[in-house]
Design a protein around this ligand. Structure first.
Ligand code: NAP
Ligand code: 3JN
Length: 335
């Protein structure tokens, strides 16, 4: 696209939406007009973006009657279910942060470092994966390409910001000694680890765990990879940490894998245990990279490896990944 696009941010007042605005500004994303949309609750609210004051408008069936090229959605699955198809029918390309369209076979599910080519076959909606999946994909793709992957075991340590303001409030209140009036969780989060993210399903897994399993298959394009997951909420404000155990198809040397990660896009290796260097949630917060450390052989398997993977769940796990998709879209959208 040679001209500047018109863009919309749907859910602009939320935790992800406000980060969209921050990242759009930081990356100097080009635009002619920008429209900020939310529910009737926030309609009329003033938001300053790049030094200009904008008025939040209510999202309605008519919001896409005006010319809009790209819409970044983060207003929940129900809103995406209803409004993303309306936007797409009006010629808008929607980059959607909810789980609503992720497993739809007509919708690409994209991590730009992993499967940018899938952006090209979009039919008006592109799905952003779940935050826990995104950082895992950035780490696993180089391993898949170089060695093949047989099996993956995910154990996650997820920040409360993944539950929006309610999760942040539960941790703040709990740290202040108030464990009453829980807004996001079934139990106090301060001082606890909750093996419970999203709802439980009949198979005993949580929905978050099944999202990681199903999205891994779709993004890596290989349903034969065996994947299991345990997702855990921990009393951390920002950044998800993950222990990932991988069984590779081929033998490897640890130094080669460290080298491979160092050469791979979007990854920063932090692995110097003699000096207590490994990825930390607080260091990753506010950044856009995926940090990998504790890279070591799993001696219990023939070709097994353990890694520790940390990223800012609201930036790379949501807003930044979606904006990276939008940047790639700009390269292929016609005028
Ligand atoms: P949040 O802080 O609660 O914000 C929700 C936003 O959606 C607000 O701007 C809200 O507007 C808007 N909204 C709600 N209902 C709406 C409606 N009917 N029409 C228009 N706007 C509506 O939540 P969040 O943490 O930013 O998360 C938002 C969504 O992003 C989640 O539901 C999830 O689908 C997705 N998400 C994805 C990831 C990921 O893993 N990639 C991570 C976190 C979140 P008002 O101000 O008017 O209420
Ligand atoms: O809990 C987390 O750390 C990530 C949360 C993601 C989330 C929260 C509410 C609704 C999602 C998601 O992206 O999968 C959804 C959703 O299903 O859209």
């Amino acid at each position: 696209m040679n001209r500047k696009p018109n863009i919309a941010v749907v859910g602009a007042t939320g935790v992800v939406g406000t980060t969209f605005l921050k990242v759009l500004e930081e990356r100097d994303f080009p635009f002619e007009n920008i429209y900020l949309m939310a529910s009737s609750r926030s309609a009329g609210k003033k938001v300053t973006f790049k030094g200009t004051e904008y008025t939040v408008e209510e999202l309605t069936e008519h919001s896409f009657d005006k010319p809009i090229d790209i819409a970044l959605f983060s207003a929940g699955g129900g809103t995406s279910a209803k409004f993303a198809p309306i936007a797409a029918e009006h010629g808008v390309v929607v980059v959607d942060n909810s789980s609503q369209w992720r497993m739809d076979e007509d919708v690409p599910l994209v991590v730009p470092e992993v499967n940018p080519q899938d952006i090209e076959w979009n039919h008006g909606i592109i799905a952003n994966p779940n935050c826990s999946t995104i950082q895992a994909m950035v780490a696993l793709k180089p391993l898949q390409d170089a060695y093949g992957i047989k099996r993956v075991v995910y154990s996650t340590y997820q920040a409360v910001s993944g539950s929006g303001m309610k999760g942040i409030n539960d941790l703040k209140n709990g740290l202040a000694g108030n464990d009453e009036d829980l807004q996001a969780y079934a139990h106090p989060i301060a001082g606890n680890c909750l093996p419970h993210i999203d709802v439980f399903l009949p198979n005993g897994y949580t929905k978050e765990e099944m999202k990681m399993i199903n999205e891994t298959h779709k993004i890596l394009g290989d349903d034969s990879i065996k994947v299991t997951a345990t997702t855990v909420r921990v009393p951390v404000f920002d950044s998800h940490s993950e222990s990932i155990n991988v069984e590779l198809e081929k033998p490897f040397e640890i130094e080669d894998i460290v080298d491979l990660f160092k050469r791979s896009p979007g990854i920063i290796v932090q692995d110097d245990v003699e000096n207590n260097v490994y990825p930390l949630a607080r260091d990753a917060a506010g950044t856009d990279e995926v940090y990998i450390g504790r890279i070591r052989r799993d001696f219990s398997l023939d070709n097994g490896i353990n890694i520790w993977v940390v990223a800012d769940n609201i930036r790379k796990g949501a807003a930044t990944n979606a904006i990276q998709i939008a940047e790639k879209l700009l390269e292929i959208l016609p005028d």
